[in-house]
Design a protein around this ligand. Structure first.
Ligand SMILES: *[C@@H]1O[C@H](CO)[C@@H](O)[C@H](O)[C@H]1NC(C)=O
Ligand SMILES: *[C@@H]1O[C@H](CO)[C@@H](O)[C@H](O)[C@H]1NC(C)=O
Ligand SMILES: *[C@@H]1O[C@H](CO)[C@@H](O)[C@H](O)[C@H]1NC(C)=O
Ligand SMILES: *[C@@H]1O[C@H](CO)[C@@H](O)[C@H](O)[C@H]1NC(C)=O
Length: 336
């Protein structure tokens, strides 16, 4: 099933549906050993010429880690890892030299998305719906030219459980990273955009990542739009990150009423809007937005919204320790 009806109007129904569909997995996790490496390249001598062909060669029901070595090049393709193809390790040479790029965008405005439009997740350059996935050293880019007109243009959509990204880049302007659902770990990644550029309702840790605003001089952007609709353990946790870039940013706005975002030990440049957070017209009783141990000109909480939470002790630990999204140790059980 594709994420084809992801829109503001249908998100409630859709999230419930996906959560119930994805809850029951009884699977023996593969050993972290890489069983096989296949190569992708653009100048011959490799197993495949496109990333998608390499993915297609992984058998459905795969249960051993397969490395797809994507050698240097700009791969102009829209790439999808379907949920049947688990245990893929997608490895580039470096974010400067291995780039997966496409330029799909929604042609509707947020308010007017309808069935005729290319909807949010469908615009993603890279989509992973499989559980148990690792990417390293790759740039995922939506190259839609937002300067003509700003539209939804997702670079990557991550919808499986146990997915991690090391030293990757995610580039777009609006809705760069659809951190859709499941437990995810982003380490030393560069995530760039201006409007809601990390959004979805996953339970994710961003560890030592750079959050780069490319908002222009007019108006404010939003780093996150976490979309949690019920009281579960999902949220976005930023640890040891840096918030930087050119334009003014809210740290987040509440897509749904249980939106949950924590910035911990993060260096914030003076581009953060003093109020910090945007309710987006929601009742904020169940919104959890918090900062702890942050530094830099943007971290001054004097003028933050009154409803920002102050988390201490166990209330904070539930977000910043492994109990948040790694209680079963899945991160260290993947190939490193
Ligand atoms: C990927 O392939 C390139 C080119 O053949 C090689 O230099 C590199 O070592 C390979 N990387 C891995 C992790 O196998
Ligand atoms: C968006 O694109 C689709 C497919 O090309 C088209 O059918 C639809 O009319 C477009 N909608 C708008 C608002 O331009
Ligand atoms: C917040 O949560 C409480 C209890 O979980 C619930 O009764 C209330 O309706 C919620 N408020 C909103 C705005 O969703
Ligand atoms: C995620 O990893 C954990 C730990 O290895 C494993 O128990 C769990 O089944 C995995 N989840 C999925 C959906 O495969």
């Amino acid at each position: 099933m594709k994420f084809s009806i992801f829109s503001f109007s249908s998100s409630f129904f859709f999230f419930f549906f996906f959560f119930s569909a994805c809850t029951f997995h009884h699977r023996v996790i593969a050993d972290a050993t890489v069983a096989k490496t296949i190569t992708v390249g653009q100048s011959g001598g490799t197993d495949f010429n496109t990333v998608q062909d390499a993915i297609n060669s992984v058998p459905d029901g795969n249960n051993q880690w397969i490395r797809i070595n994507v050698t240097q090049g700009t791969y102009k393709e829209k790439v999808t890892i379907p949920k049947e193809k688990q245990f893929i390790l997608l490895e580039g040479q470096s974010t400067d030299t291995t780039i997966i790029q496409w330029d799909s965008h929604s042609n509707g405005s947020l308010a007017s998305l309808d069935a005729e439009d290319i909807l949010t997740i469908d615009t993603a350059t890279f989509t992973v719906n499989a559980d148990n996935f690792v990417a390293r050293q790759i740039t995922f880019q939506n190259s839609y030219d937002y300067k003509t007109q700003v539209h939804i243009a997702v670079a990557a959509a991550v919808g499986g459980d146990n997915s991690s990204f090391y030293n990757c880049k995610f580039l777009s302007f609006q809705d760069t990273l659809c951190d859709f659902q499941g437990r995810h770990y982003f380490s030393q990644c560069w995530i760039e955009g201006a409007v809601d550029f990390i959004f979805g309702q996953a339970a994710s840790v961003y560890d030592s990542c750079t959050i780069n605003s490319i908002m222009g001089p007019s108006g404010n952007g939003w780093v996150t739009a976490h979309a949690k609709i019920t009281s579960n353990t999902a949220g976005f946790v930023f640890k040891g990150c840096r918030v930087t870039g050119t334009g003014s940013m809210y740290l987040g706005r509440a897509w749904n009423t249980y939106s949950t975002v924590v910035f911990y030990n993060t260096a914030m440049d003076g581009i953060v809007v003093p109020a910090g957070w945007d309710s987006w017209g929601k009742n904020v009783n169940n919104v959890t937005y918090a900062e702890s141990g942050c530094t830099g000109a943007g971290s001054d909480t004097t003028n933050r919204v009154k409803w920002e939470k102050t988390l201490q002790g166990q209330d904070l630990n539930q977000f910043i320790t492994d109990s948040f999204n790694n209680a079963d140790g899945w991160i260290s059980q993947q190939p490193s």
